[in-house]
Design a protein around this ligand. Sequence first.
Ligand code: AMP
Length: 210
Amino acid sequence: MSGNLVFVGAPGSGKGTQASKLATNFSFEHVSTGDLLRAEIAKESELGKKVKKVMEDGQLVSDDLVAELLKANLDLDSKKYIFDGYPRNLNQAKTLDEIVGNYPYQVIFFDINTDALVERLTNRRVSRDGKHIYNLKFNPPKVPGKCDVTGQDLIQRDDDKEEVVRNRMKIFHESIEPMLAYYESKGKLLKIDAMGSPDEIYNKIKAVLE
Ligand code: AMP
């Protein structure tokens, strides 16, 4: 697989899980703007303090702040990336074009119905560093409440609580359509049906990329 990948999909559509897996198997770097922002909050940096409340409410962080943070964490000359959670609107899609310049990329849209998503997200649990993702119904940890890999307690992200999830879905729908139209017009959009088990979805992604 050559070039970078941009994963677009509603919160909980499975893009983070798939990005981790593809990154491991095909030597991509997985860059998630949500993880970068959560790391800033954990560090209690100036940026972290600015974005904490916005994120807890399920709102989007300002385009400029996210773009700066993303740029500071990329090395496009030597690495291939899977962008997860960026871009989230048309303005960010255009900014990403400026950031990647001539490096090629392909967009994968994880298409899924919203009710299924609310169920997925409210059942999601993650390790403290956000790297290991479980679902109480579809992908439970071996020992309840503990990460299979690190053995540490699993947590529910504040923004995975039901009311916040519904708010995030609303924001997602409002901002996604113009962005998808943009990618379609550039011939960069690949859609996959994101219902199904993680393995099924992984195989679908491999099939569309090959
Ligand atoms: P995620 O982990 O991708 O679901 O992102 C969690 C939260 O981080 C979002 O609800 C936003 O508050 C913030 N965030 C992540 N990526 C972006 C982005 N590209 N633009 C604005 N806010 C973002």
